[in-house]
Design a protein around this ligand. Structure first.
Ligand SMILES: Cc1cc2nc3c(=O)[nH]c(=O)nc-3n(C[C@H](O)[C@H](O)[C@H](O)COP(=O)(O)OP(=O)(O)OC[C@H]3O[C@@H](n4cnc5c(N)ncnc54)[C@H](O)[C@@H]3O)c2cc1C
Length: 462
């Protein structure tokens, strides 16, 4: 077994950091480290994906795919909330590319590809400014993480080798479950084939991915029937056309779920009465979501997940107004239908489904089934499962993801920080909305500041 990492001349002198995963969370963490860690350091970023793809949110971006967050919420620069909008103003292709522009840069929705360009530019600028930082991209998957006797972390690589680091950041998001290479393109090519154009496609799910998929099928020329198959049947709600700045009710939030639901309804109704919008009230309430979630007992958290999660998600992950109108036209046109039912299993020519309100199973024929159900952290992922077995991590109360504090530090079963970090969706059960860009940005900088503070005594002692 070889032990490799950074060049031997550096070993022991510079802080050595590993980031596992090069999706948005991984890239964001790298930017935050370069901006926050004052010591020279060496960073290695692991991901078996052959390209630096930007992960699930940006990887498959086509020119027409619009991000669902307003430009004003997408800065990757801490303390400079207008960094992205300033960058946009200087971006020459911006005006042609933005289809949903309204006056005021901050309110617009931009294509994913533009956001991706911005993130990469900020990443390379941060690197150019740090001549004392070296970054190595590795195409190996990580299979195992262990703390060794010196307190460092040893990563097991898929090729059987090992490498040791002072700090390890997991940014593995939704895991390695990506479609086999070429599968997405195969599906799209098949759907453009005239022999199946008049046929039936089922899109499983009801979130942003499902809506994106339906609209992409139409953009790609598919003229057949589409069924959006969803357990609860709540599709994403629209953003307002005008800014929906957060409005927060002045009254204290109640602490029991049933009172909270009433409180939220009232706050939304009041916002509408006062000439704002329910979206503005939701934006305000979301600012309290983290404290509120932490205060709920496990039984109420479970109740929320069972009965309210789907409604909450459809109101928090909103579609730009133009895209929402397009979805409504699509549904009104009759060739796309939303059906409520639970998928029990796939069959060679469709699905076995239990329709909402019925107790019997039924075969639902489809020429193609595309799974766009909400992604969640995979606790059976080998690395995650191994960390749990080794006691270096624990799950949150509901087993939705890994237990983390706001800085993304993994918590051991006795609630102590394990010295490892998990940025982004892996912490979804502990921190509501940590799968969204603004929350990931804040968490990455909090983690990087902590790593900076901890690296000082360690380097001085070394
Ligand atoms: C379609 C879509 C649209 C979205 N739109 C928005 C939006 O408009 N606004 C917003 O705020 N948020 C949006 N999001 C949400 C947000 O951007 C995502 O939560 C974010 O992309 C998560 O990124 P990630 O890097 O944590 O995870 P991922 O994108 O899943 O990346 C994880 C990476 O880790 C790698 N990996 C996994 N396991 C290993 C391993 N063992 N070893 C090495 N590498 C590994 C994977 O190969 C992958 O590349 C969207 C998400 C999706 C899917």
């Amino acid at each position: 077994m070889t032990v490799h990492g950074f060049p031997a001349s550096y070993a022991g002198q510079h802080l050595q950091i590993a980031i596992v995963g090069r999706g948005f969370s991984g890239l964001m963490m790298a930017i935050a480290l370069m901006k926050s860690v004052s010591q020279p350091f060496q960073l290695r970023m692991f991901d078996p994906q052959p390209v630096i793809s930007g992960g699930q949110a940006l990887a498959t971006a086509r020119a027409t795919e619009i991000l669902n967050s307003r430009a004003r919420d997408l800065s990757v620069s801490t303390g400079e909330p207008r960094d992205f909008t300033r960058w946009l103003q200087a971006y020459q292709h911006f005006r042609e590319a933005v289809s949903a522009a309204i006056p005021g840069f901050g309110q617009i929705f931009v294509p994913k590809a533009i956001f991706s360009d911005y993130v990469y530019q900020r990443f390379s600028e941060a690197l150019a400014e740090r001549t004392d930082v070296s970054i190595q991209m590795s195409h190996e998957a990580i299979t195992r993480i262990r703390r060794n006797e010196t307190g460092r972390f040893t990563l097991g690589l898929a090729d059987g080798s090992e490498a040791a680091y002072d700090t390890v950041v997991l940014a593995t998001g939704y895991g390695l479950k990506v479609p086999p290479e070429g599968k997405e393109q195969d599906t799209e090519a098949a759907l453009r084939n005239p022999s199946i154009r008049a046929r039936h496609v089922v899109v499983m799910g009801n979130g942003l991915r499902a809506v994106n998929q339906v609209l992409q099928l139409r953009d790609g020329g598919f003229e057949g029937r589409i069924t959006i198959l969803s357990r609860r049947g709540f599709l994403p709600q629209p953003h307002t056309r005008m800014p929906a700045d957060a409005v927060c009710p002045s009254q204290p939030m109640p602490s029991q779920l049933r009172h909270i639901v009433r409180f939220v309804r009232k706050a939304c109704a009041q916002a509408e009465e006062n000439g704002w919008s329910w979206q503005a009230a939701m934006n305000g309430l979301r600012k309290r979501a983290r404290t509120l979630w932490a205060s709920l007992p496990p039984s109420e958290k479970r109740q929320f997940n069972r009965h309210l999660r789907a409604i909450y998600d459809s109101h928090r992950n909103r579609l730009p107004a133009d895209v929402h109108e397009r979805l409504e036209r699509e549904l009104a046109g009759g060739m796309t239908e939303l059906k409520r039912g639970t998928t029990l299993k796939r069959s060679p020519d469709g699905l076995i489904v239990r329709w909402a309100g019925q107790s019997t199973e039924e075969h639902f024929a489809a020429d193609e089934v595309i799974d766009c159900r909400c992604l969640s952290p995979d606790l059976n992922d080998p690395v995650v499962a191994d960390l749990l077995r080794a006691g270096l991590a624990s799950t949150d109360e509901l087993d939705l993801g890994l237990a983390v504090n706001p800085a993304g530090e993994l918590l051991t079963p006795c609630g102590r920080p394990a010295g490892l970090f998990a940025i982004g969706p892996l912490g979804l059960g502990s921190l509501p909305d940590i799968d969204l860009v603004p929350e990931i940005v804040t968490q990455a900088y909090t983690a990087a500041t902590l790593i900076n503070a901890r690296s000082r005594p360690q380097l001085q002692a070394g």
